[in-house]
Design a protein around this ligand. Structure first.
Ligand code: ATP
Ligand code: MG
Length: 251
């Protein structure tokens, strides 16, 4: 097994009286596609917010590539190779698809968009290559608000990849997609992360999709980790079945 690229040690975060994330520990080996599953409100997005520095943790420690990055800002982590997509779309709707990716590439390379500079000519080829990879080449000239919901999700992934992440956190990249589109999208993500050698954490509600693509699954419930293991083990786990059948009497 490869060395862990990401380690979380007893991470906790509460909001008022709600323990959104409680004593969560994880070790994700480099190259793994790890799914994070759990019912609504289990703490999955909050865990991503802690890991990416968007929300500070109350206690615990985060190690990325062996270094303690607890409390580091999202842009610092991003520069060091930790990228993410959000559960809710966060693209520039008035810019074109190509410009959205160029902006992400410019930001990653520490440049700003300046109307008097030749910025709009920068990173065109790189942006086009990313759009090609996500199946968005034909949408390059469309503005963000003219995209279908599924294409917006694809663009989100292109934007995250523009930061050349070594670790990519994807929060429900198939949210709002049709049942037929979901496996295709996750299959595409799996192919890209494999091809680029990226480690990925994927939050996804569709169990068929999760069981078919994940190397390892972490199950969250009420802020904590209740199970972790390969898909077959998780599928057969009685506690996980209880949670998904809504029988939480042992919670
Ligand atoms: N900023 C916040 N302020 C107050 N409560 C919050 C905040 N963020 C999350 N919570 C609460 O923390 C708990 C976990 O929420 P979180 O969004 O992490 O769950 P989730 O597993 O991502 O759920 P879903 O599958 O619905 O996206 C919920 O009870 C939620 O209401
Ligand atoms: Mg969520």
């Amino acid at each position: 097994m490869s060395e862990a690229i990401l380690v979380a040690e007893k991470l906790s975060r509460s909001f008022g009286g709600v323990n959104a994330v409680k004593d969560v520990s994880l070790a994700v080996p480099a190259g793994q596609l790890r799914a994070i599953i759990g019912p609504n409100g289990a703490g999955k997005s909050t865990l991503f917010n802690l890991l990416t520095g968007l929300v500070p943790c109350n206690s615990g420690r985060i190690l990325f590539k062996g270094a303690d990055v607890t409390g580091h800002a999202p842009h610092t982590l991003c520069r060091h190779g930790l990228g993410r997509t959000f559960q809710i779309n966060s693209i520039f709707v008035s810019a074109t698809v190509l410009e959205n990716v160029q902006l992400a590439l410019l930001a990653h390379h520490g440049k700003t968009w300046n109307m008097f500079s030749a910025a709009s000519k920068l990173f065109v080829r790189e942006a086009e290559a990313l759009l090609e990879m996500l199946g968005l080449a034909r949408e390059a000239g469309k503005t963000g608000n003219a995209l279908s919901y599924g294409d917006r999700r694809r663009l989100e992934v292109a934007l995250a990849l523009a930061c050349q992440p070594q670790l990519l956190l994807l929060d429900e990249p198939t949210a709002g997609m049709s049942l037929g589109d979901k496996p295709r999208m996750v299959g595409l993500i799996r192919d890209i992360v494999r091809e680029k050698g990226v480690t990925a954490l994927l939050i996804e509600h569709d169990m068929d999709v999760v069981f078919s693509v994940a190397d390892c699954i972490t199950v969250m419930h009420q802020g904590g980790v209740v199970a972790e293991g390969p898909p077959k083990e998780i599928q057969a786990n009685a506690r996980v079945q209880e949670i998904y059948l809504g029988d939480d009497r042992r919670a």
